[in-house]
Design a protein around this ligand. Structure first.
Ligand SMILES: [Cu+2]
Length: 446
């Protein structure tokens, strides 16, 4: 498929347990790596940051950045573009990624994960959706077909000539990683895109819709609400989380969504008069970033969809007493060589250091502590949220997650079972700028 210039990338739809091989071809002037976020994927296809797909004839920059002593403000931890990682599996121009997709049906997304340069690569468009489906979910009777809408929400900034504007220290994304000083906390845009279009208006029937929402922004958090012309909020009925269906629906009026989180929502437009509008707003935004998109109710229509009281019965119910280990990780700012960066447990990412060794099959509790907002993502596994600063989880923490939003000063406990495959994986902050500036760690499953 020739997908040059499309953003988002093509949406892939798969069936649970039916393996898919996706061949990526890199015709960009810089290396790429593809990670399928939320995928239960063997390590060789998980898109480790140094498993680069190089452009034809790529000559690694001969700069101090390869030495592990990067320069520049809070950037350049310079693990060397894969050159100093003996375990890296580098290919030229193409790579086949094989996804078994032996996992609960859900909305996954694929995006670039290149060492030191993930944030600008995603910003420039290397991201797309991958839906996994199965018969059980389809039998529920949730809104489907044209009434199921994947919504990839992402903010961007544009230059006067319409080009994407990103504060990279090296706009060619070749040598010096990192962003200019005012953007160390993350790059925010002043235009909100949904599926690549700025503030779209989508025509709908007066019926239930299933919105598969992904926050694909590098750093922007949203608090979504759906507001009608009369100022009233419509219910956002959550049926699924990052890793698939909840046990039972959870109704929200206001829904926080951090970078990389997904929410599967039912919105019922049947009470909205024909010609009326429902705006999807971001309560954390200001000015134009308060608006996300709008729905215009175009016509009355029959609706055979349902939202069953029981959505799934296969959610893992790990208990604290199942855990063989409790680990603590602090997600904090700190010194990164010559500048400032973002650290886990006081350390910046180093592909050569194993931070966590977990045994396949073990259940563990992890306690994640934040200074500022950090959406923390584990590769390979889903987890459940046990507590937030000693209190019960929030309503939107329900179900199986792969990304949890740590709020400033918060300590969040999660529980998971390391299951599926052995090998080298990652956990990291999914604020993409934080991730590029050190906030990643290795998770070795043995
Ligand atoms: Cu972070």
């Amino acid at each position: 498929m020739d997908v040059r210039g499309t953003f988002p990338g093509p949406t892939i739809e798969s069936r649970r347990g039916r393996p898919v091989t996706v061949t990526h071809r890199n015709e960009l002037p810089v290396p790429t790596v593809v990670h399928l976020h939320g995928g239960r994927t063997p390590a060789a296809s998980d898109g480790y940051p140094t498993d680069l797909v190089l452009p034809r004839g790529w000559a690694a920059p001969a700069t101090p950045h390869g030495s592990g002593h990067g320069s520049g403000h809070g950037s350049g931890h310079g693990s060397g573009h894969g050159m100093h990682d003996p375990r890296a599996v580098v290919t030229e121009v193409t790579r086949d990624y094989t996804f078994p997709l032996d996992q609960r049906p859900t909305l996954l997304w694929y995006h670039d994960h290149r060492m030191d340069f993930t944030a600008p690569a995603i910003w420039r468009g290397l991201a797309g959706l991958h839906l996994v489906r199965d018969d059980a979910e389809e039998a529920l009777g949730l809104p489907a077909g044209p009434r199921e809408l994947p919504l990839m929400i992402a903010d961007r900034a544009f230059a006067a000539d319409g080009a994407l504007a990103y504060p990279a220290l090296d706009p060619a994304l070749r040598e010096r990683p990192g962003v200019r000083e005012p953007y160390l906390a993350g790059a925010l845009g002043d235009v909100i895109l949904v599926n690549g279009a700025p503030w779209p208006v989508h025509e709908v029937d007066a019926a239930r819709y299933r919105l598969r929402v992904l926050n694909a922004s590098n750093a922007r958090h949203y608090e979504l609400e759906a507001v009608g012309d009369d100022g009233r909020r419509l219910d956002l009925v959550q049926v699924g989380a990052d890793q698939g269906l909840l046990a039972a629906p959870v109704t929200h009026r206001l829904l926080p969504i951090a970078p990389a989180e997904r929410y599967d929502l039912i919105v019922d437009f049947s009470g909205v008069p024909v010609g009326g509008r429902v705006r999807l707003l971001n309560r954390l935004g200001s000015g134009r970033t308060r608006d996300v998109m709008a729905f215009r109710v175009a016509r009355k229509a029959a609706d055979g969809s349902r939202v069953p009281a029981t959505l799934s019965t296969d959610l893992p119910d790990w208990r604290r007493s199942d855990a063989v280990r409790v680990r603590d990780f602090a997600f904090r700012t700190g010194h990164l060589h010559s500048g400032r960066g973002w650290l886990i447990g006081g350390l910046p990412f180093d592909p050569a250091r194993t931070d966590v060794t977990a045994r396949l099959g073990d259940v563990e509790v992890w306690r994640l502590i934040a200074d500022v907002h950090h959406p923390v993502h584990l590769h390979l596994v889903g987890f459940r949220v046990l507590s937030r600063s000693g209190r019960p989880p929030l309503p939107h923490d329900a179900g199986l997650k792969d990304t949890v939003s740590l709020r400033p000063g918060e300590a969040v406990e999660i529980i998971t079972r390391f299951d599926g495959y052995r090998g080298r994986y990652l956990f990291h902050c999914h604020n993409a700028e934080h991730e590029d500036m050190g906030m990643m760690a290795n998770l070795e499953i043995t």
